[in-house]
Write a protein that binds this ligand. Structure first.
Ligand SMILES: *Cc1c(COP(=O)(O)O)cnc(C)c1O
Length: 241
């Protein structure tokens, strides 16, 4: 009788576990190189476009934070995974007609960039749930991206968000223009860190600096990231939607 090989699903789960292990090793090595403590760095697994089974495999390997960019896809996925104690972060562009669903289904919103969206999320966060953790997305690369608040407008937006009772301002997030140049990557991340330090100097206790993806993780860790967002580095190449 032929022995069955491992199922495709088991193979996929092993692949995800292996990538996660190698990622943790790399993060640890970079922490050592740049004088960071590994426990300062939260890992967000960006699961957009990947199926619930992949999230389950990552969760079984110890990963508890997941990031999604598309509301409908995220909600469908969460239904399949409701039994798992996962922390969900929204990292995509926010449309105002989706804020109610975002406020109900997510633990963190990393992509807040306008006062209007802040007020909607605050009003729509369901009673009985803790305040929604919020990062303000900053456009650190100027013209390269239309998303994120301009650095000059950041303090005023932070003021608004911090005063809303159902939101909890935790820090900043940025997606700098992609660059293969390590020094340029570091400059963009240093700029975000500087903005966070400016806000901290004004008295806000911000503890999360979300920067770094699969391609620029080392630079982000070098410049003080406390949350890194990794998709392909855990799940492999993204399928086209
Ligand atoms: C998709 C995405 C990521 C993950 O990108 P990878 O290059 O796959 O690591 C991180 N942050 C945001 C905001 C994203 O949209």
């Amino acid at each position: 009788m032929a022995v069955n090989g491992p199922s495709a699903e088991a193979r996929r789960a092993r692949e995800i576990r292996g990538r996660l292990e190698r990622l943790h090793e790399r993060i640890q090595a970079w922490c050592q190189r740049y004088g960071r403590r590994p426990e300062e760095i939260r890992l967000l697994a960006v699961s957009k476009t990947f199926p619930p089974a992949d999230v389950r495999a990552a969760a079984a390997a110890g990963q508890c934070r997941f990031g999604e960019s598309y509301v409908a896809e995220a909600l469908a996925k969460q239904v399949h995974l409701a039994a798992l104690p996962l922390e969900w972060h929204f990292i995509g562009p926010i449309q105002s007609n989706k804020t109610r669903r975002l406020a109900a289904a997510f633990d963190w919103i990393q992509s807040l960039d306008t006062e209007r969206l802040a007020r909607r999320l605050d009003a729509q966060r369901p009673p009985g749930r803790p305040p929604l953790n919020v990062l303000i997305q900053v456009n650190v690369s100027g013209e390269a991206s239309k998303r994120g608040v301009a650095p000059a407008a950041l303090p005023a937006l932070a003021e608004v968000v911090a005063a809303l009772p159902r939101l909890r301002l935790r820090g900043l997030m940025a997606i700098p223009a992609p660059s293969d140049d390590f020094a340029a990557q570091r400059r963009a991340f240093a700029a975000l860190r500087g903005l966070q330090e400016d806000l901290q100097a004004r008295g806000w206790a911000l503890d999360v600096l979300s920067m770094g993806m699969s391609g620029d993780l080392e630079a982000a860790i070098a410049e003080g990231a406390t949350l890194v967002r990794v998709g392909t580095g855990i799940f492999g190449p993204r399928p086209t939607r």
